[in-house]
Design a protein around this ligand. Structure first.
Ligand SMILES: CC(C)(COP(=O)(O)OP(=O)(O)OC[C@H]1O[C@@H](n2cnc3c(N)ncnc32)[C@H](O)[C@@H]1O)[C@@H](O)C(=O)NCCC(=O)NCCS
Ligand SMILES: Nc1ncnc2c1ncn2[C@@H]1O[C@H](COP(=O)(O)OP(=O)(O)OP(=O)(O)O)[C@@H](O)[C@H]1O
Length: 197
């Protein structure tokens, strides 16, 4: 069974993904793949430097992620240019990992931009982690030390809460405690497994 997991930035996707792993799912994390495909020496990094110039490289020759983030989250066209380079590489790697998981696995694709990139129909079910925007901002500011302006710029680059919920098979509310979240995720996995039988 193939499940898509998504949610706005800092909604709790990684926390849900960790719970799903504990419950036996194979989780494929698009943010992690987005890092792997631009590691030093990769064609991905060469493509990014060709498009954005050497200023997006740090002193160690690796990608300067804050520098690139400042460019692309201020300009949708530049963001689209970056996505044209990285998304095909991320998809290819993700397909390889899925093939390696085997036919009986519960495979969960954690994809922040699942709805933005119109991938909802590629999955047997879509799980959306849902919180109001103010909770996202609060978590980015208090847990990660971002400015409110940076937090809102990322949110503005993403689908709206309603657009995401419209694509959901299961909505996982994450405004409660971590225990509440665990309880809800366990319930969703039981329903997914029930549906797969
Ligand atoms: C611009 C980059 C270098 C900034 O790196 P940084 O370390 O600051 O952020 P990180 O990669 O950890 O992403 C954190 C979150 O930002 C949001 N985000 C990332 N890329 C995008 C995007 N293109 N559009 C909207 N939101 C995005 C997601 O919610 C993601 O979970 C990086 O985000 C990137 O390479 N983005 C393009 C690839 C992409 O689209 N990734 C999203 C998963 S497919
Ligand atoms: N129920 C909760 N109560 C309080 N804090 C939470 C809860 N769930 C997650 N968090 C915290 O909120 C922050 C965001 O969670 P997490 O990293 O799982 O989100 P994410 O959606 O994966 O983020 P990103 O989009 O940046 O990858 C983290 O600091 C996490 O510890």
């Amino acid at each position: 069974m193939r499940v898509g997991l998504t949610g706005g930035i800092a909604s709790g996707k990684s926390t849900v993904a960790a719970l799903l792993r504990e419950l036996g799912a194979v989780v494929i994390d698009a943010d992690q793949l987005a890092r792997e495909v631009v590691e030093p020496g990769t064609p991905g990094l060469a493509g990014v430097v060709e498009e954005f110039g050497p200023d997006v490289l740090g002193d160690d020759g690796g990608l300067d992620r804050p520098a690139l983030g400042a460019i692309v989250f201020a300009d949708p066209e530049r963001r689209a240019a970056l996505e044209r380079i990285l998304h095909p590489l991320i998809r290819a790697r993700s397909a390889e990992l899925e093939a390696a998981a085997g036919p009986d696995a519960l495979v969960v694709h954690d994809i922040p931009l699942l709805v933005e990139t119109g991938q909802q129909d590629r999955f047997d079910a879509v799980v959306v982690v849902d919180v109001p925007e103010d909770v996202q901002v609060h978590r980015m500011v208090t847990d990660r030390g971002w400015t409110e302006e940076d937090a809102r710029a990322r949110i503005a680059a993403q689908a709206s809460r309603d657009e995401r919920r419209a694509a959901a098979t299961y909505v996982v509310d994450n405004t409660g405690t971590r225990d509440d979240l665990r309880h809800r995720v366990t319930e969703v996995v039981a329903e997914l497994r029930e549906g797969a039988r």
